[in-house]
Design a protein. Structure first.
Length: 348
């Protein structure tokens, strides 16, 4: 190769390979925290390896899920409070996996931005690692994409990919029948759905993200960024204890749209709206927007982040077990002949 005048470099085009390498080095300790039986390789390879036999499986079926955080990211970016969205990303994937009866095994992330801010990206990915630790899965790989011209300054996007496993024949839902009991597990807030409407309601209210939150301590932005609750460990323990026939993660579409997804044809859900108290964040949004209860129930989780369909003879024991594990549990209603979800009582 001849020496001469330097030409245009990749850095001149806006991509800093050194920054990307520095990010990988910074997040390696966070990823190492997530190691679990089955983890084979660390970050930095062209692919990531995982050993199913070492994870304890004999005849496994793999289950995969992918998701994002949605426009909740807009609040995180605008306020600078980016630490919790990594937990959201993991939760949106692994909470879906567990509904199939699968144990989350490993996770991969995709982080895309116009210009890489190593410190900010590390905070996000360290949040992803924390979500993995809490749900028992390993962060074994990912991709950081620096794409000048694709994103405005400071903006970024996230996607997550989770893979889990179960022994063949143990998939859920299975055996849902008339008379089964619906146990509702409380949410930690809005979670990661409906934020386009949330942002519109905040605009209508006239409040800024740094304003005092009307229903809780802290700023409005901070409280609305409360991470999605991870249900993996208590849910899997309940499944192993016996009597769980289905799980429904209450995301976009709320109870109205998500619960029927785990019910067989000819059966519906009867829910008593008086079985739990509507959390203040949802009451505030309903009041600000004049939103009808039916619209709330098919847009937000309204305080119930996961529904467990259980046999009637196991309902009391599972209620007690979940409560002992730290979940706030209520008996929502039952499975009955019909279609979809029917409500009695008043949401409030």
């Amino acid at each position: 190769m001849t020496s001469g005048k330097n030409g245009i470099t990749y850095a001149d085009a806006g991509v800093d390979i050194d920054a990307g390498n520095a990010l990988v080095e910074r997040i390696k300790p966070a990823a190492k925290r997530t190691n679990r039986p089955g983890t084979v390789s660390g970050l930095g390879g062209f692919g990531a390896l995982f050993d199913l036999k070492a994870a304890g499986y004999n005849d496994p079926v793999l289950v995969a899920a992918t998701d994002g955080v949605g426009t909740k990211l807009r609040i995180a970016i605008d306020t600078g409070h980016v630490d919790g969205v990594g937990i959201d990303l993991v939760a949106m994937c692994v909470n879906d996996l567990v509904c199939q009866g699968a144990e989350p095994l490993f996770f991969l992330d995709y982080f895309a931005t116009g210009k890489l801010d190593t410190a900010s990206a590390a905070r996000v990915i360290e949040g992803i690692a924390e979500g993995c630790v809490r749900s028992g899965c390993a962060l074994i790989g990912g991709e950081t994409a620096e794409m000048p011209g694709m994103y405005p300054a400071g903006d970024f996007d996230l996607a997550g990919f989770a893979v889990g496993a179960m022994e063949r024949g143990t998939d859920l839902p299975q055996g849902v029948a008339e008379g089964d009991v619906l146990l509702g597990l409380a949410s930690d807030g809005v979670h990661s759905n409906g934020y386009s409407l949330v942002r519109k309601l905040v605009e209508v209210s006239g409040l800024g993200w740094e304003a005092n939150c009307p229903w809780a301590d802290g700023s409005l932005g901070e409280v609305l960024l409360t991470p999605t609750r991870l249900y993996v460990k208590p849910a899997l323990d309940a499944v192993r204890a016996g009597g769980v026939r289905a799980l429904a993660h209450i995301t976009g579409g709320g109870l109205t749209e998500n619960l029927p997804r785990v019910l067989p044809e000819g059966l519906g859900a009867r829910i008593d709206l008086g079985a739990w108290k509507l959390p203040p964040v949802f009451a505030w949004m309903a009041q600000v927007g004049g939103i009808a209860p039916a619209e709330m129930l098919k847009t937000f989780n309204c305080g119930i982040g996961m529904v467990m369909v259980v046999s009637a003879d196991r309902a009391e024991a599972l209620h007690a077990q979940l409560t002992a594990a730290g979940e706030t549990v209520c008996t929502l209603g039952t499975v009955a002949p019909g279609q979809g979800v029917s409500y009695t009582g008043t949401l409030g």
